[in-house]
Design a protein. Structure first.
Length: 571
């Protein structure tokens, strides 16, 4: 990918295709074969059609470079990311038209379902349906609003706990006690983050639609959600009476907590993808980045993190919103940031106004001057009438009661607006309260009658946070295959070569002997062997033995349905 925003580059990784084992490819093949069978007549047509267009096959894990080439036809791309990335990063990638894909693939022990991001879910689940223009328009739209959604520090802790839970749940070496402890910690952190933030609302909407959505008639819907499309178990479970099908609405989706450790008990059915786009827009219209004004500043302050608020002049302020002074009507008339602050205009940091200029924060009035004068709209003559000219002393009185007195040191404007007026020997006061003193240095005052927008993060991320470090070199070579992986690899090679004959039959028998000798509980490779044996008369005796062994393994409840479903594909 060449169009990844620089500040997102640290989250992008290499696929390291050689790290996939023959067992990994067999897991991919099993799930894809199962889903193609289970989703016949149940998935939205856009998904079925998209499978053929997205560079995704059944036999092997796809190379993301190949997927990227296919997605380029619709103006999208794909990029490998490292596991569960921050929500804001995930959404911004989608808004940019980049599908984030986790390189990992679920372990055989979690083949039916995993809460951890994996390539089955994100490549086979998300990518195909993006070829529907209305659907991909919705995904970009919800990505754009998700990238602008404010969260909270408590929500950040909850995210980290959830990330740890997905890692533990996917790790075959984790104990039941470790899984229970991680689940309990995630639940406690989520309960502590009880406030319904903008980010949580968007996350729930995304979950109920992009991940677990149904579309069409309420009585006979089709699947479009990637969580359902990529799960052998849930693609079947979702059509049972155990799952309630409810009419889609933004309000209902936002009121429904995400369930990540078990199958869903209710799903929302939209009429069509246009309804999803309308819903996303209605949610966006309630958020700080759209409504602006005092409420947007309050939301930024509650978030406790780096945020940007922009004036109607186009000037942006990036920092931590620390305090808001309001008038008797509750409207913000002065705002302060704390810590390193930078100023920007239209998404670019202003020269000389980075964090080093404002290391301890920034404060400025909001509103018009007495006489209903919008300072940002003043031309040179109007500024002169106000006494605002470099080297002159000026006294500005705002409608709010804020007064600014000092010597004008500079005026910064663009082709349309005054952005910033700088003062030396400046005093700023409101109702007898000093807001800025001359001994504090130069006072940079924003020009703007109103806060137009506020959103999390920096207006110019690279300028504010610094350029991302160079990407680390790929790790060392993959370890040699284990004995079991070597057996899987032999079967994969023989399947790809095709044909028949004594030599091929003996190689398959040798694999079967290896399984019987050391891996009596492995069911997936026995299914792979059985698939080849049923079409080879010379392996009829091995076919009977394999069926008997699989029937015996199916007596274990944990794999019974997996084996039966695998046998059904061969029938």
């Amino acid at each position: 990918m060449t169009n990844i925003p620089p500040h997102l580059a640290p989250y992008v990784a290499e696929q390291r295709y050689d790290r996939y084992t023959p067992v990994d490819h067999a897991v991919w093949r099993y799930v894809m074969r199962q889903n193609r069978r289970a989703l016949r007549g149940k998935a939205h047509d856009a998904y079925v059609n998209g499978l053929a267009l997205s560079g995704i096959g059944t036999e092997r894990i796809p190379r993301v470079s190949e997927m990227n080439d296919c997605l380029a036809r619709i103006g999208w791309g794909a990029a490998i990311v490292n596991g569960l990335i921050p929500g804001a990063v995930f959404y911004e990638l989608l808004a940019t038209g980049i599908l984030p894909i986790a390189a990992e693939i679920r372990k055989l022990s979690n083949i039916a379902y995993t809460p951890a991001p994996d390539i089955l879910h994100e490549a086979a689940g998300h990518a195909p349906i993006l070829f529907d223009p209305d659907y991909r328009s919705y995904v970009r739209e919800i990505g754009a609003i998700g990238a602008k959604a404010f969260s909270s520090q408590a929500k950040g802790a909850a995210f980290e706990a959830l990330r740890r839970l997905t890692i533990v749940m996917e790790d075959p070496a984790s104990t039941a006690e470790e899984r229970e402890a991680a689940k309990r910690d995630a639940e406690e952190k989520q309960a502590a983050a009880a406030e319904m933030t903008e980010a949580e609302k968007v996350s729930r909407l995304f979950w109920a639609t992009v991940e677990y959505g149904l579309v069409g008639d309420l009585a006979d819907p089709k699947i479009y959600g990637a969580g359902l499309l990529s799960s052998v178990a849930e693609s079947k479970h979702c059509f049972t009476d155990a799952v309630a099908k409810l009419p889609y609405s933004v309000e209902a989706c936002a009121a429904s907590p995400k369930i990540v450790t078990e199958m869903q008990s209710k799903l929302f059915v939209c009429k069509n993808f246009d309804e999803l786009k309308e819903g996303a827009r209605s949610m966006a219209n309630t958020m700080a980045f759209r409504i602006g004004g005092t409420p947007s500043l309050e939301t930024a302050k509650r978030s406790g993190g780096i945020a940007t608020f922009e004036f109607d002049s186009g000037l942006g302020v990036t920092g931590v919103v620390a305090s808001i002074v309001k008038n008797k009507d509750g409207e913000a008339v002065y705002v302060n940031t704390a810590g390193e602050t930078a100023l920007s205009a239209r998404g670019r940091q202003l020269p000389g106004h980075g964090r080093e200029r404002h290391p301890r924060g920034f404060g400025t009035p909001i509103g018009r001057l007495l006489g209903n004068v919008a300072l940002e709209a003043c031309g040179a003559d109007a500024l002169a009438e106000l006494g605002i000219a470099e080297g002159r002393d000026a006294r500005l009185a705002f409608e709010s009661g804020v007064s600014v007195c000092g010597r004008v040191a500079g005026i910064l404007r663009d082709e349309r607006h005054v952005l910033l007026v700088s003062f030396e020997a400046c005093t700023v006061a409101l109702d007898g309260r000093e807001l800025f003193r001359p001994e504090w240095g130069t006072y940079d005052m924003a020009a703007g009658s109103r806060i137009a927008t506020a959103y999390p993060g920096a207006a110019d991320p690279v300028a504010y946070f610094g350029a991302p470090p160079p990407r680390a070199a790929p790790a060392d070579e993959p370890p040699p295959p284990t004995e079991l992986e070597a057996l899987y690899g032999t079967v994969a090679r023989l399947r790809s070569e095709g044909g028949s004959g004594v030599v091929r039959a003996e190689a398959l028998r040798e694999v079967h002997r290896g399984l019987d000798r050391a891996f009596s509980r492995d069911w997936l490779l026995r299914l792979e062997l059985l698939e080849l044996a049923v079409s080879a008369p010379e392996l009829r005796d091995m076919e009977a033995i394999l069926r008997a062994q699989l029937d015996a393994l199916a007596e274990h409840a944990s794999v019974a349905n997996l084996i039966r479903d695998g046998l059904a594909v061969l029938a």
